[in-house]
Design a protein around this ligand. Structure first.
Ligand code: ASP
Length: 582
């Protein structure tokens, strides 16, 4: 037996027992006549003591050779510590060592295995197995496991069946590029890795599985943005014989379950908001509703004077910043510089200080009197002591800019508390989205999403206005899930492909299998997928997903530990009938 106990287990009640422990040497303290060693494993740290008077001499000598991260096994007696350590669970006891075996030696690790390490990102990723020994990473992985278990429990209780779908498939359109895998046995042909199991889960509904889920890897070859991974994990779900309402209720239930079981938080409100309202009130389809600062549209109360900038704008819109009236001129100038940064892109910012005495002082006093400004305050909900920030220009752009400012100010004001959770559904997304590059409409969600029946007539006349039975689950300003009610009849699906610019031949070639399945009694169905990595990070109160993934890729899509991607040898290329033209 390698060990009788873990290193997180022993307490005063164990005093007097003979135990065997194993683990890694966290640190040693050599006082000459006495040596202390902190022994670590996943469960905690236990202090070992090698005492010249009570430990055999050769064992004491051996202990002097121990280095950091050596793997050892000891036998000894649990004794009460003289000076106790309340920072660790085993801090009242130590092990008086009688036998010591060095199971493996270790090189000096390239960074310290401590909660606060001296290792930079690149180094930590290269030696990720050492990084995983550190508490923050270890805890994050255990946390992820807990979330996954709770997901499985909840869905299984609701009669969902976890079904595995294939990884070597052909293209599924989720709007990214496919990763492809050459087929040796089928010369010149390629598999694609799934961007999601979308078509398979729909086929499972045709197959009568009724309620499906899968915690599944998905692959998207996108230009990597910060904190995106080319392979990531979804909680993928689909249900038959449901309407949108059934799906929202089921997965509102899952979200509540997770927040309760994992975070101990009961959610009071779980609002639903249409896409249009989200854009109008927050300038964003994934609004952070942990705080207010909702948009006030000011066209009516700001376009009646001689101020050309506003008069020529499609939209004039502002937010009230709580307590902002006390900002100095310098602070406000800095804020103006902030919105003018290329990443935000505003041309300028008008501001109004709402003084405590009820008067107003603005950067456009030349054009607007106190009565005008009082109306702005009313529209933006500004109170005495607040600052109104106003942007203007092309509606879409201004909304995005003001949304960025709203988030930035909320961050600075400490309104984005990671321990507060504010989920909501955003519903009624547009079906189609105009793509400037290709100059045509794309499916905003994916081509299997059903249009709202009442909007179908607009498909020919005003396609951009057609709404879909599509919804996103938003948590603290992040989209953590999204899905739709699907098309389940062949005619509508063919119509959609047509509107998306597929010829009937192309549609048949790419999605013939789905269209065929729709001829054999496809039930009405719908579903959604959660991004597990992000969900876990948010529940864990963290900004980045990296440490919730055991072996993540870096920002260039590389695994620097195993050094992938890498070249393959000529023999392999030949077998695959591939030629590199470099
Ligand atoms: N397949 C979709 C996605 O990956 C989710 C869904 O519609 O269920 O975003």
């Amino acid at each position: 037996m390698y060990r009788t106990h873990s290193n997180g287990e022993l307490r005063l009640t164990n005093v007097g027992q003979e135990v065997t422990l194993a683990g890694w040497v966290q640190k040693t303290r050599d006082k000459g006549f006495m040596i202390w060693v902190d022994l670590r494993d996943r469960y905690g740290i236990t202090q070992l003591i090698f005492d010249e008077e009570r430990t055999p001499k050769d064992i004491v000598e051996k202990a002097k050779t121990l280095g950091r991260e050596f793997v050892i096994q000891v036998k000894g007696e649990v004794i009460e510590r003289v000076s106790k350590n309340d920072n660790i669970a085993t801090g009242e006891v130590e092990i008086l060592v009688k036998e010591l075996a060095i199971l493996n030696e270790s090189l000096t690790p390239p960074f310290t295995i401590e909660d606060e390490t001296d290792g930079g990102d690149e180094l930590r990723m290269k030696y990720r197995y050492l990084d995983i020994r550190r508490n923050p990473v270890k805890e994050s992985l255990i946390f992820r496991h807990k979330v996954a278990i709770e997901v499985r429990k909840y869905l299984s209780d609701k009669e969902f069946i976890e079904v595995e779908t294939p990884v070597l498939i052909k293209s599924t359109p989720e709007g990214a590029r496919d990763f492809v895998v050459p087929s040796r046995m089928n010369e010149g042909q390629f598999y694609a890795l799934p961007q999601s199991p979308q078509t398979f889960k729909q086929l499972l509904m045709v197959g009568g599985m009724d309620k499906y889920f899968q915690i599944v890897k998905c692959f998207r070859d996108e230009d990597l943005r910060a904190d995106r991974q080319p392979e990531f994990t979804q909680i993928d779900c689909e249900m038959a014989f449901v309407e949108q309402e059934d799906i929202l209720n089921t997965f509102e239930g899952l979200t509540r379950h997770l927040l309760k079981e994992v975070n101990g938080v009961e959610i009071a409100d779980f609002p639903r908001m249409t896409y249009d309202v989200a854009m109008k009130k927050y300038g964003n389809d994934k609004p952070d509703i942990r705080f207010g600062m909702e948009f006030g549209e000011l066209n009516e109360v700001a376009q009646h004077k001689e101020f050309g900038v506003f008069n020529n704008a499609e939209l004039v819109v502002g937010i009230a910043v709580p307590g902002g009236a006390s900002y100095t001129r310098k602070e406000i100038d800095k804020l103006i510089d902030w919105v003018k940064r290329p990443q935000v892109g505003a041309l300028g910012m008008v501001y109004v200080k709402c003084n405590e005495d009820g008067s107003f002082k603005s950067s456009v006093d030349k054009f607007y009197d106190q009565e005008d400004l009082a109306k702005w305050a009313e529209t933006t909900g500004a109170k005495p002591g607040d600052l109104i920030c106003v942007l203007s220009g092309v509606a879409d752009k201004v909304r995005a800019q003001l949304s960025a400012l709203r988030m930035e100010l909320a961050e600075r004001l400490g309104l984005r508390d990671p321990k507060v959770f504010a989920p909501l559904w955003v519903v009624d997304f547009p079906l189609l989205e105009w793509d400037e590059d290709t100059e045509r409409y794309h499916a905003m969600h994916h081509p299997f999403t059903s249009p709202k029946p009442e909007d179908m007539a607009m498909l020919d006349t005003d396609p951009g206005k057609v709404r879909a039975n599509a919804y996103d689950l938003v948590l603290n300003g992040n989209e953590i899930g999204g899905g739709s009610i699907r098309i389940h009849d062949k005619e509508t699906q063919a119509l959609m492909f047509d509107h998306l610019g597929f010829t009937p031949e192309e549609a048949k070639e790419q999605f013939g299998f789905l269209m065929n399945a729709f001829e054999y009694g496809a039930p009405p169905h719908g579903g959604l997928a959660f991004g597990l990595d992000r969900l876990v990070a948010i529940l864990g109160g963290q900004e980045t997903i990296r440490d919730f993934i055991a072996f993540p890729k870096n920002n260039s899509g590389r695994d620097v530990m195993i050094d992938a991607p890498s070249n393959i040898d000529d023999e392999q290329l030949k077998e695959l009938n591939l030629k590199l033209s470099l």
